[in-house]
Design a protein around this ligand. Structure first.
Ligand code: DWN
Length: 411
């Protein structure tokens, strides 16, 4: 029988056996496996986080089989308007910096085409997306060329023979989802032109730790990146990070620009600044991770106490947004249908389903104001500004958002 998950005994980047476990979030269901009925049970898997004492890479101890997580995927990037704007800026910036007419840009993990469709028609575009249901949306709605598969060295060879070599390869919120990091970078190394650029956007470990973003830790996210271990990973392929930008998306991310060591882009100071910041904050020592664990436990107690008090004092409470991370928060903090009447979400494929683990019904946004609840737990806290603006009437009528991160708050 094929096991649902495997367990590492060495670091995915440097192969060191010195892995220090600092956080255990218990057994959690795959957070994007929304269910058709409240009765259907889905398996839960351990969620333990380890820190490599040699290259400092933070990663999950267990790897859930990727077909269980990504084959029929419920996450569509374009369901979040702020993300459409974010990737519009990204496409403009990358095209202006690195692409000429006729160049090939390949996106690994292209989802529903939220980025690719925003490059101009002057460049050739190819998506690689393993979830057929999501890839189909990119093809049908935006006429994009998408290869339905998990990117790898073998896929890179197929692409090179059919489309040529890429001037830019992009991978956004993807590298963290990959168990075989060396194989995906080997694929990039093969497919990238000699002077090509690999653009990688990933949530940033410093923001995760500083804002106690424990809910972003789940089985899809195998790795939690910082500059130092990524530098070591790319060095193995004679590649280097030559620039980095911090971007305000998904709780705080970094956008890395990577070239071959023979590349002509000069290395900016920002790469060294962030490496120095990581060392100054102690990301190379156990203490910061032990402190994070204690902060997570404190956050769990704060949220549970506040929600139970609001419930006991007669307040109606719903969840706002059904992000994957929301299901980590609900399961780890034991927040169920006794506290939340329902969750609203803009993603059609999530509406009418039940949240994995806690079986809270997910409904369309139209039900939010019919009637308004007293309190909305903002599970999609990373879109705080746009959601508070959108729900001005709710707040004007006395409704309040309970914000779980970066600090517990009511606004
Ligand atoms: O890596 C990943 C991150 C980047 O995106 C994937 N593994 C899965 C996904 O994680 P997530 O589900 O936590 O992502 P979001 O983008 O924070 O999800 C937001 C959810 O909230 C979506 O389901 C859409 C919904 N939403 C809403 O209902 N009303 C979003 C906005 C902006 C809204 O106004």
């Amino acid at each position: 029988m094929v096991e649902d998950y495997s367990t590492i005994d060495s670091c995915r980047i440097c192969d060191s056996p010195s892995l220090y476990e600092f956080l255990d979030l218990g057994n959690v269901p795959p957070v994007n496996n929304f269910k058709e009925t409240s009765e259907s049970k889905i398996p839960e898997y351990p969620l333990e986080v380890v820190f490599c004492e040699d290259c400092n890479h933070v990663q999950l101890r267990n790897t859930v089989r990727r077909d269980l997580l990504f084959e029929d995927y419920s996450y569509f990037s374009s369901s979040s308007t702020p993300l459409i704007d974010h990737f519009g800026e990204y496409a403009d910036s990358v095209e202006n910096k690195f692409l000429d007419a006729g160049d090939l840009v390949v996106e690994v993990g292209s989802n529903d085409g939220v980025l690719l469709r925003q490059f101009s028609e002057k460049v050739r575009k190819l998506g690689v997306e393993p979830a057929e249901n999501v890839a189909e949306k990119a093809r049908e709605q935006y006429d994009l060329d998408v290869c339905t598969d998990f990117f790898s060295l073998d896929i890179a060879k197929d692409i090179a023979s059919n489309y040529g070599f890429a001037t830019v390869i992009a991978a956004n919120n993807v590298l963290g989802h990959v168990d075989e990091l060396h194989d995906i970078v080997a694929g990039v190394d093969y497919l990238l032109q000699e002077q090509g650029v690999f653009v990688v956007e990933v949530p940033y470990l410093i923001d995760l730790l500083n804002h106690v973003e424990f809910d972003t830790i789940y089985h899809e996210h195998i790795s939690y990146f910082s500059i130092r271990p990524l530098t070591e990973l790319f060095e193995k392929f004679k590649m280097e990070i030559f620039d980095v930008e911090r971007v305000d998306v998904h709780g705080g991310s970094v956008r890395l620009f990577v070239q071959r060591e023979s590349g002509t882009h000069s290395i900016t100071n920002d790469v060294a600044y962030l490496s120095a910041l990581e060392k100054a904050l102690g990301l190379n020592e156990r203490t910061v991770y032990d402190e994070f664990r204690e902060e997570v436990r404190r956050r769990r107690q704060q949220l549970k106490d506040l929600l139970e008090h609001l419930d006991e004092t007669g307040h109606s409470i719903v969840g706002y947004g059904a992000p994957g991370k929301g299901n980590v928060l609900l399961n780890y903090c034991d927040i169920g249908p006794d506290l939340l009447d329902y969750i609203v979400d803009t993603t059609p494929s999530k509406q009418g389903t039940f949240s994995p683990g806690k079986n809270i019904p997910v409904r369309p946004p139209s039900e939010f104001g019919d009637p308004y609840p007293d309190v909305a737990l903002l599970l999609a806290w990373n879109y705080r500004e746009s959601i508070l603006e959108k729900e001005e009437e709710f707040r004007g009528e006395g409704g309040r958002f309970l914000i779980p991160a970066p600090n517990v708050d009511i606004v």
